[in-house]
Each structure stands twice: as structure tokens, then as C-alpha cells.
Ligand binder design. Structure first.
Ligand code: ZN
Length: 195
């Protein structure tokens, strides 16, 4: 009886085995193709470096009059008369009189109000989309505090000369833009020619 069953199975296998094998092979092939296709699919718009997302971000001017004394440089070295060395400057410095109002470039939330010996009084403004605007070399008088929500144009500080590493440049605003913790060129979002 048992032997009979086995030989019946063997004869079935001989008859249909090829088709079963072909079916399994096809299933494996389709699975592999699907996996590869899914993995190589283009990233959705949650990619923070998607240029289209950033193109719509437009800052208003941080100062009424913008007088750039040191521009952003990612690789080109600029001479620092304070430190007496050549270095990159991943920020824009705007000269202005002591006490000149400094404004929020976008709506956002104040996430940090600190003092740092190197960069002076600092205000950090979170404007969403992983972007933080850093204002440095401000005066001791800071009209905002951590947690405040501000709108474009709100005065968030006053120009001074508190950044010790840039003290020879005189009173100025040192403006940085962080995108996902990386310093990026503020010129990408500022239209200074318009001002
Ligand atoms: Zn600077």
C-alpha cells in the first residue's frame, strides 16, 4: 500500500515535475525583479535635499540695509584680520551700526538664545523643513527668548561686535543657515539685489 503510494507520487512527479519547477523558478524571478525595482525607485519628496523644496524658501532681509563685508565661502579661503589666518567663512557678515535691528527672515520658533565667547550672543531661529537660521555677534539685549514664535520681520536682536573671532570687523551681523545641521549658503535663500 505504502509502496504503491510512493510510486504513484513518483509517476506524478515525472509527469508534472517540470511544470512545478518552472512555476517555482518564475515565482522566484518575479520576486527578485520586484525587489530590485522597488529598491531603485526614485526617492519620494521626503528627501530633505530635494532642490524643488528649497527653491520655494525665500528669506526677507535680516537688516533694512544689507552691506556684505564677508560673503559665504565653502572652499575659498578668506583672511581673518582678527585671527590672522586664512579660513573659509560659511556665513555672511553684514556690517551695520551698533544697535541696528536684526529681523527674522522667515516665520519660525526661537530655539536657542545663547552666548558663546567665539561668536558672541547668538539667536537660533527654526524655520521648519530642517532649516535653522543662526544670528551671531548680537548685542546683549535680546528681545526674544527660547520658545517664542516669531513672524518674518520680527526684531530678534541688535547688531554688535560680540563675536571675539571677528572683532576686528566692527559691529556686524554674522548670519548662518543650517540645513539638516550642515552649513549652507544663505545666498540661496536671500535676494540681496532686491533690497
Ligand atoms: Zn562671520
Amino acid at each position: 500500500m505504502e509502496q504503491n503510494k510512493t510510486s504513484k507520487f513518483m509517476s506524478l512527479l515525472r509527469k508534472y515535475g517540470y511544470w512545478v519547477l518552472l512555476g517555482v523558478s518564475l515565482a522566484v524571478l518575479i520576486t527578485v525583479i520586484t525587489l530590485v525595482a522597488t529598491r531603485n525607485a526614485p526617492l519620494q519628496d521626503d528627501d530633505p535635499f530635494e532642490p524643488v523644496d528649497n527653491a520655494v524658501i525665500e528669506f526677507s532681509s535680516p537688516l533694512t540695509v544689507t552691506n556684505v563685508i564677508k560673503d559665504y565661502s565653502n572652499s575659498a579661503l578668506q583672511y581673518s584680520s582678527t585671527l590672522r589666518l586664512w579660513q573659509t567663512h560659511k556665513a555672511i557678515d553684514f556690517a551695520a551700526e551698533e544697535g541696528t535691528e536684526v529681523m527674522a527672515v522667515l516665520d519660525g520658533t526661537i530655539t536657542e538664545v545663547t552666548y558663546n565667547y567665539l561668536m558672541g550672543n547668538i539667536v537660533k531661529l527654526d524655520v521648519g523643513n530642517g532649516m535653522i537660521v543662526v544670528y551671531a555677534s548680537l548685542s546683549n539685549d535680546i528681545p526674544v527668548k527660547e520658545g517664542d514664535t516669531v513672524t518674518k520681520g520680527t526684531v530678534i536682536g541688535y547688531v554688535s561686535n560680540t563675536a571675539k573671532t571677528e572683532v576686528n570687523d566692527g559691529p556686524h551681523l554674522h548670519l548662518e543657515v543650517l540645513l539638516d545641521d550642515e552649513k549652507v549658503d544663505p545666498n540661496l535663500y536671500l535676494d540681496l539685489a532686491e533690497k
